[in-house]
Design a protein around this ligand. Structure first.
Ligand code: 16G
Length: 238
């Protein structure tokens, strides 16, 4: 079986990135120059580049060119961490851009997850999470108002919510039930994250509890597939 030409070109480009010949931030030569260098058509080069953009190894900057992307951020999925802690562990500066903070009545689903009665007040906090100032994830977090009244007064762009819960409300989250599934960015999500509509995202759904089993947070978070990868440690059962 012969390997398609664009795959060969793609592998050569990967080699240049991984060997450090082209470090993060390097601007790729023009398509026509790469085509001449490899002796292939521009379409073949473009196909290889498109693949690497989708994989998150390259990123296109409108009107400027194609660049070697920063390495992906690692999100451990087997330990309970706040976004702030996960970023700091990797030497990345955490941040947030507040999209919305509001009090909403608990829907049936929210009430079930947070063990509330339908209609009880819940804070709905939507934030774009930043790593070194770049959008990484879009978070939709919900907290019962009666557990943390006034949560909306804190500066949730600068402070970690988990830290505010711990320091201001004595709510220490020690356990979470969580699931992950792939999805594609819809228009609002794509705009918030600065990516194209239809880009791959990982959806995390989480309910986080205190040591006494009290559910404090229900979150639905969308992580960028091109910037984040998920890791875990596995042990034999038993
Ligand atoms: C993580 C949590 C999110 C929580 C946030 C708190 C997942 C899937 N989500 O993003 O539920 O609200 O951390 O972050 O892990 P903060 O303490 O930095 O504000």
């Amino acid at each position: 079986m012969t390997v398609p030409l664009y795959v060969q070109i793609r592998e050569s480009l990967i080699e240049r990135i991984q060997s450090g010949e082209w470090p993060a931030g390097t601007r790729l030569p023009a398509e026509r120059d790469l085509a001449a260098e490899f002796g292939v058509s521009r379409g073949t080069v473009r196909q290889a580049i498109t693949d690497l953009v989708a994989k998150g190894l390259l990123r296109r900057v409108q009107g400027s060119g194609t660049y070697v992307a920063e390495p992906k951020v690692e999100m451990p999925t087997h330990i309970l961490l706040s976004f702030t802690e996960a970023m700091r562990r990797q030497g990345i500066e955490p941040g947030a851009r507040l999209v919305a903070v509001e009090v909403v009545p608990a829907t049936r689903k929210l009430a079930e997850r947070l063990r509330l009665t339908v209609g009880e007040s819940v804070y709905r906090i939507v934030r774009v999470r930043l790593g070194n100032q770049q959008p990484m994830a879009l978070e939709f977090s919900h907290f019962p108002v009666r557990l943390c009244p006034g949560l909306d007064r804190f500066d949730l762009e600068r402070r970690s919510i988990y830290e505010v819960l711990r320091e201001e409300y004595d709510l220490i989250l020690v356990r979470a039930e969580q699931s992950l599934e792939p999805t594609l960015a819809r228009r609002f999500e794509a705009e918030a994250l600065g990516i194209a509509e239809g880009s791959p995202l990982m959806l995390w759904e989480r309910v986080a509890f205190t040591a006494t089993g009290l559910p404090v947070e229900y979150a639905k978070d969308l992580y960028r597939g091109d910037r984040v990868r998920f890791s875990m440690v596995l042990h034999l059962p038993g």
